[in-house]
Design a binder for this molecule. Sequence first.
Ligand SMILES: [Zn+2]
Ligand SMILES: [Zn+2]
Length: 253
Amino acid sequence: MREGLWERAKHAVSEAVFPSNIYCICCGSLIDGTRNYSLCDGCMEKLHWITGRTCDKCGKALPDTYRGKLCYDCMTYEHSFVKGYSCLTYGMYERQLIFDMKYNGKSYLAEKFADILYDRICCEDVDPDGVIPVPVSRRRLRERGYDQSELMAKALGKRWDVPVWTDVLRRKKNTPFLRGYSPAEREEILRGVFSVIPSGIRRIQGKHVMLLDDIYTTGTTADACSRALLEAGAREVSLLTLASGGNRKSNIS
Ligand SMILES: [Zn+2]
Ligand SMILES: [Zn+2]
């Protein structure tokens, strides 16, 4: 069927607002609109897609030579979420992409990331009742003008046909960047930071929640959110992240 004038006009407008099918979202080189996730072939290859062995608990990539079923972190700490899934191993290019979405005003990247997240999760045997993005602090939201986690969650929810609950979990106070702190220090910093708002409690009672975050490292943030959800009555919490750190002590087996 021929594309109507209205469809063409809508497409032209969305391309003007989200010029995502003109340049590669990673390196900026010219591409055509048929490329997956608006990535050029070179960047598709450069990114560290998690396609091999993964940690049974958190979903981060495990090297082929590693014999354990759990990554070092998951053997060391117990997580409150039931299982994690992740799309990419966090490296230089993944870092730049996520940084662009969060701090360089490229909010349209949330749509591309949602495509990546959907392709990762749609083939898994997991059927959550709702998706909840890890809330950002109000101060960061003011600085940025948009909530990248919420944008990503909403775009994912549409593709996956799963409700997105953005008004359930709240971050009660601003916290420093957690990089550089030990897991125990991170846990202390995040103690009591996340809570379920009273009107959100009924919504998650007995429900399976898919928590969504951009980056997964030691899991302290995911655990703090999961605990708050479970304490408020959620049945179980799974975790989906765009990128995750590598296995820290990959030589242990
Ligand atoms: Zn590229
Ligand atoms: Zn793990």
